[in-house]
Write a protein that binds this ligand. Sequence first.
Ligand SMILES: O=C(O)CCC(=O)C(=O)O
Ligand SMILES: [Mn+2]
Length: 218
Amino acid sequence: MHTPDLFADERPDAGLREPLGAQAVVLRAYALPMLPGLWHTLQQLTAASPFRIMQTAGGRHMSAALSSCGSLGWVSDTFGYRYAARDPHTGQPWPAMPQELLQLGRQAAAEAGFAAFTPDTCLINRYLPGARMGLHQDRHERDFRQPIVSVSLGLPAVFQFGGLTRDAAVQRVPLFHGDVVVWGGVDRMRFHGVLPVKPGQHPLLGAQRINLTLRQAG
Ligand SMILES: O=C(O)CCC(=O)C(=O)O
Ligand SMILES: [Mn+2]
């Protein structure tokens, strides 16, 4: 299968909407107007609840480092995956969801046709070069009628967007700084993942990709 060449390709025009499914869309550069303020906010959040490498239920180490904000945070350890009100690393509640992230989540969801989305958690993934995320479904949230809003920052990456079964065909979508992907409704349970991030330097974030996943979990 063709893998997009992230550094040779021109990034798609800001404002472009690229459908990935009946209820899934890439909103190109949608979050760009919020930068660099959003980057500053993320640095404050991850100073309070630092990035950490979590273990999977199978005892493997994830390659992306994670943090969260909001009333719930996503945690993984050898007991499995779940949402928790406290950061197990600090013993404290997760940092509150900043208003700008709440607004970004709401507006992007509305733009993709999902009104009344109120995210209560934002997972913050940090991918250093080589880090990846295997194909998976987001299925630890209570209400699958609520969409997923996923914001890409920093180095580009290839997002894999599959079907409702693990072995279904996968679209490979290059994602760039500021792009937002929203999927819900009939596309809510589609498998997705991220191919290993290639080395590079981003002018604002340096040698990393940050992904924000806004969800209504509780
Ligand atoms: O990094 C990404 O683009 C996707 C992250 C993701 O799917 C997740 O954290 O569940
Ligand atoms: Mn996911």
